[in-house]
Write a protein that binds this ligand. Structure first.
Ligand code: ADP
Ligand code: TZD
Ligand code: MG
Length: 573
């Protein structure tokens, strides 16, 4: 115990937790109240923390994850025990998978009863369950350890590869009291929670040598590059090197998608042909076809060499050999590369860049023709063209995107112009992030949010439109209503029930927003969609646009049909 003179005043677990979070710059908590955290949520609000209270913990958790990605501070989600904890766990695991920093804080039942399995209210050994599903997990049993528990959680979430952390707080802890002065002293302000990791000079040289010798170099920017907030240096690296680049979906806007060096419009060509590929905060997982196979040019894949910039040393060689691993934080690695390039850096051979430019122009004009069509009913293209123009006019707006066709088409049609303005289903391709991400984007940035949602995808978090209305957030949800998952035209061969991928036809999603005082509109044409979206962005009012999309327009699984077991079976047969 401390030798300090007691102050006479007492503090308790509730206030120590509030003070520890505030001391570390936390401003918002995404939560769902109930025993044992109800009083905490009230006291935190009274103490000036913004409490955003949700209708389901998964969405509070997704909001915390998005907040972490956008701000480089761990997003905080708070839940009750067992079921509340489990509802939040999907979001915590998804955050970890995506390398987003967040902390899930759950109240829990008493250890004595849980460990003897005596049947407490909402009994569950939450710490044990969380452990394999997140980056780190801690439990605090004594009020005087709350400061340390919060500090360890923050450091674990932010340092190295960011991720999700679980903090287990048994109910009794909140009510524990201690001397206020000793309590204050027990709190820790975390200094330098994400220390820079400077790459080794020989690793920098190895990477530069490889780039220098490349005939057909390519840079791939991933969401780690967006997270790193090294925007100016990344742009300088691309422009100084003259190397064509591909942004992964959440790295779109790091440089404007209209940038001359963007190779997005000829993605398959550059992936198949590039001889040296530099990955910047992007993993060679399924989203990049594991760095091999047809996407990467089949046989050509054998001679291709990779440079990989990542903070996690064990990411190297995860799928294919990495010729030049560059381990460090992206900011430090990119500035080391820039310094090493000096002034006389030779741009890539024109045969390579010229060929890319020609293919790009062709594909972009083909796309422009498709976008200019005005079919009735609307299809994905004609509806997304409206959003594309709106985002061009408001490049600071944040786009949230989920669904299958709605996701794949929006990703390629809606150009982004600024970093960290696009949030989507990420590494897992998870449905249900929509309203949680949209709420956090609005709360953390105050910018307009456009949530582009498949009708199925929207259903996972749709009830949170009440939360959007309650906090009066500038969120415009656009439901791409094609009556189902992928399409609305499936048939049950036996008659009777509808097919498993079909929804009620003519569903009035706009009424869901109206139910809570927001604006709900139907859009049957691009003109109607444009009018409603313009109005929503101008007014900042919670809005839901039910955009009626041709129910025949989509394809099964959007662009990942090849991952369907049935089509994979066909291929090997
Ligand atoms: P994408 O899905 O966009 O391809 P991934 O999520 O697969 O991106 O990859 C992100 C990578 O970025 C992860 O391997 C992670 O370790 C890395 N990363 C995250 N933050 C940083 C950082 N500040 N510095 C270096 N690497 C980082
Ligand atoms: N459940 C979860 C949590 N994540 C998933 N990815 C799925 C189920 C499977 N799934 C997809 O991969 S996309 C999708 C589901 C259910 C919905 C597609 O329908 P949609 O989009 O209406 O959202 P489109 O525009 O009709 O294709
Ligand atoms: Mg749909």
């Amino acid at each position: 115990m401390t030798n300090d003179t007691p102050s006479g005043e007492q503090t308790d677990g509730f206030h120590l937790l509030i003070d520890a979070l505030k001391l570390n710059g936390i401003e918002n908590i995404y939560a769902l109240p109930g025993i044992p955290i109800t009083d905490f949520t009230r006291m935190a609000q009274a103490a000036g923390l913004r409490m955003i209270s949700f209708r389901h913990e998964q969405h509070a958790g997704n909001a915390a994850a998005a907040a972490g990605f956008l701000t480089q501070k761990p997003g905080i989600c708070m839940t009750v025990s067992a079921p509340g904890f489990l509802n939040g766990l999907t979001a915590l695991t998804n955050a970890t998978t995506n390398c987003f920093p967040m902390i899930l804080i759950s109240g829990s039942s008493e250890r004595e009863i849980v460990d003897l399995q005596q049947g407490d209210y909402e009994e569950m050994d939450q710490l044990a369950i969380a452990k394999p599903l997140c980056k780190a997990a801690f439990r605090v049993l004594h009020a005087q350890d709350i400061g340390i528990g919060v500090a360890r959680a923050i450091r674990s979430a932010l340092s190295g590869r960011p991720g999700g952390v679980y903090l287990d707080l048994p109910a009794k802890l909140f009510g524990q009291t201690m001397d206020a002065a000793a309590g204050k002293k027990s709190l820790i302000k975390v200094i330098d929670p994400a220390p820079r990791q400077i790459p080794a000079q020989d690793a920098v040289k190895r990477a530069l040598d490889l780039l220098k010798g490349a005939k057909r170099p390519l840079i791939v920017l991933g969401k780690g590059a967006a997270y790193a907030q090294a925007d100016a240096d990344i742009r300088a690296l691309i422009e100084k090197s003259g190397i064509p680049y591909l942004p992964m979906s959440m790295a779109k806007g790091l440089l404007p998608d209209t940038h001359a060096q963007s190779a997005s419009a000829t993605r398959s060509h550059v992936l198949a042909e590039a001889d040296v590929v530099m990955l910047v905060g992007a993993r060679l997982n399924w989203l990049l076809s594991h760095g091999k196979g047809k996407t990467w040019g089949g046989d050509k894949a054998d001679s291709r060499q990779f440079i990989q910039i990542d903070i996690s040393p064990t990411e190297m060689d995860s799928n294919v050999p990495i010729a030049a691993p560059l381990v460090g934080d992206i900011g430090s690695c990119v500035s080391a590369l820039l310094a090493g390039m000096g002034s006389g850096w030779a741009k890539p051979p024109v045969e390579w860049t010229q060929g890319i430019a020609e293919r790009k122009d062709k594909n972009i004009s083909k796309m422009a023709e498709t976008l200019a069509l005005n079919p009735s009913p609307m299809n994905f293209h004609s509806a997304l063209n409206v959003i594309r123009n709106q985002v061009k006019a408001r490049p600071d707006a944040i786009v949230v995107n989920e669904g299958a066709n709605t996701l794949d088409f929006a990703r390629s049609i809606v150009d982004m112009y600024e970093p960290r303005k696009r949030l989507d289903v990420g590494t897992w391709g998870i449905m249900g992030i929509g309203m949680g991400f949209a709420i956090a984007a609005a709360v953390e940035t105050g910018k307009p949010v456009i949530a582009i949602e498949g009708d199925s995808a929207f259903g996972f978090s749709g009830m949170e439109v009440e939360t959007i209305c309650r906090y009066n957030l500038p969120v415009c949800v656009i439901v791409f209503n094609n009556n189902g998952i992928y399409k609305g035209t499936d048939k049950n061969p036996r008659g009777g029930d509808m097919a498993p991928t079909q929804f009620v036809k003519g569903a009035k999603y706009e009424m869901m927003m109206q139910a809570f005082g927001g604006v709900g509109v139907v859009a049957n044409t691009p003109a109607e969609l444009e009018k409603a979206l313009t109005e929503a962005i101008k007014s900042g009012k919670p809005t839901l646009i039910n955009a009626i999309i041709d129910e025949t327009a989509g394809t099964e699984s959007g662009r990942i049909t090849s991952l369907n077991p049935a089509s994979a079976k066909k291929k090997t047969a």
